[in-house]
Design a protein around this ligand. Structure first.
Ligand code: PLP
Length: 426
């Protein structure tokens, strides 16, 4: 909600309402962006991405301490321009498929700074990771160990250098979050149960082409409380001592003004202290933030196509579940505003254009007298929107626009109708 001309933390850093009462992101007036680039559009504040990356790196690195690396979970926003920013800022990159690995390499991440995840890695994906010599493969299950054993025995794959690996453990720690993004519970599809980790490690250590470096865990996402991170470190300590611990991502963000996530600094202090206390002060520590690096750096712009009143006031826009699946997938709650009339009080349902009643972007939006042609902004849409976008109903996916110091540039163009048929084989 606007306070004077400054905005809440839900918006990209340094966003403001300008003299005309319009939202500005990265110094760019979003009404002008909508006119120039069309809607829907993802708008990212480039400086915000860099500021958050630096905040993570600063908070992670303290002189005289063991190596601590910030690994961007690229699934949150697998966009080349964003990956390039984070590669330039010295982050590492977490990938969860061969496609994400390709994107990360293409964007300039050194292979040795790439961590490969996945609960169902194919032989082709493992082959590619071995060929490209990624920094770490996080082993998820016994079938993957068998597959890796076969591949590393095929001498061509890693020039005699053993492949560093971590074992993913499921510590049976649950954070408070939606069940679909909770991963640390015992009945999880990810990782080894705690009593199987030792067996997995023995098997890995028996394979000459693999080099066990340590343990990984990721207990879940959008966690607003730090206690589960501490508890996970305490649980993991039961597994023994290792040179590398990767404690995953999961730091939550504010999607709405009333949410108060821990700061990057408080989160890292908690994780680093817990790691030092339970996992040894001299190990290398990796953390894998996804949404905390990108969610609040982005907003989505839509145009209102129609306003209809029955039991509710339905404000229908030109996008929806094809550009932001999170509300439909796990009830994620967002704010919405008319981009040049903030501070509205009319209760509205912000509906998408897709042929599903569930295509509702914001169930309880408060808008100022919305009408056809208005530009609507939904903040905090930088994470997992672009990543999960689709062509449902033949809707071309939106562009990504970087804004900085009043300049806007398209870093991903809008899809065209030709793109919709580009894979057809005549
Ligand atoms: C292994 C792993 N690391 C990091 C993340 C990033 O999570 P978040 O975006 O909540 O920080 C995820 C998310 O699914 C994950 O699976």
């Amino acid at each position: 909600m606007a306070t004077g001309t400054s905005l809440s933390e839900v918006f990209p850093l340094s966003s403001r309402l300008n003299e005309r009462g319009r939202l500005e992101v990265g110094g760019c007036d979003v009404i002008e962006l909508a006119e120039e680039f069309g809607t829907p559009a993802y708008v990212m504040a480039e400086d915000d991405l860099r500021t958050r990356a630096r905040a993570f790196s600063r908070a992670a690195g303290r002189a005289g301490h063991p190596q601590r690396n910030v690994v961007f979970a690229s699934k949150a926003l697998p966009c080349t321009a964003v990956l390039r920013v984070f590669a330039e800022e010295g982050l590492w990159c977490d990938v969860a498929s061969a496609g994400e690995l390709q994107l990360a390499l293409n964007a300039g991440f050194l292979a040795e700074r790439i961590v490969l995840h996945g609960n169902a890695k194919s032989e082709a994906e493992l082959r590619m990771a071995l060929h490209r010599k990624v920094g770490l493969i996080v082993v998820d299950n016994f079938d993957e160990i068998d597959r890796l054993a076969r591949l590393v025995n095929d001498g061509e794959l890693r020039d005699g250098d053993p492949q560093p690996v971590l074992v993913r453990a499921t510590p049976d720690v649950r954070g408070q979050t939606h069940e679909k993004i909770s991963t640390g519970q015992a009945d999880s599809k990810f990782g080894f149960a705690m009593d199987e980790v030792g067996i997995a490690i023995e098997q890995i250590e028996a394979i000459a082409g693999l080099r066990l470096r340590g343990v990984h865990t990721h207990i879940g996402s959008q966690l607003l409380d730090l206690e589960p991170f501490r508890k996970a470190a305490a649980e993991l300590s039961k597994l023994g001592e290792f040179p590398v611990w990767d404690l995953g991502g999961g730091l939550g963000v504010a999607y709405t003004e009333d949410q108060e996530p821990p700061s990057i600094e408080d989160y890292l202090a908690a994780v680093i202290d817990a790691a030092a206390e339970h996992l040894g002060a001299h190990s290398q520590l990796l953390i894998e933030p996804g949404r905390a690096l990108v969610a609040n750096a982005g907003v989505t712009l839509y145009s209102v196509e129609s306003v209809k009143r029955n039991v509710s006031t339905w404000v229908a826009v030109d996008g929806g579940m094809s550009d932001n699946l999170r509300p439909m997938l796990y009830g994620a709650v967002y704010e919405a505003h008319v981009a040049d009339r903030f501070g509205g009080a009319t209760p509205c349902v912000l509906a998408g254009k897709h042929c599903e009643s569930g295509d509702v972007i914001v169930r309880a939006a408060l808008l100022d007298d919305p009408r056809a042609g208005d530009v609507i902004v939904t903040p905090a849409t930088g994470a997992y929107g672009f990543a999960m976008a689709s062509n449902y109903n033949g809707v071309p996916r939106p562009p990504v626009i970087f804004c900085r110091d009043g300049d806007a540039r398209v870093v991903v163009r809008r899809e065209s109708f030709e793109d919709l048929t580009a894979r057809d084989v005549p």
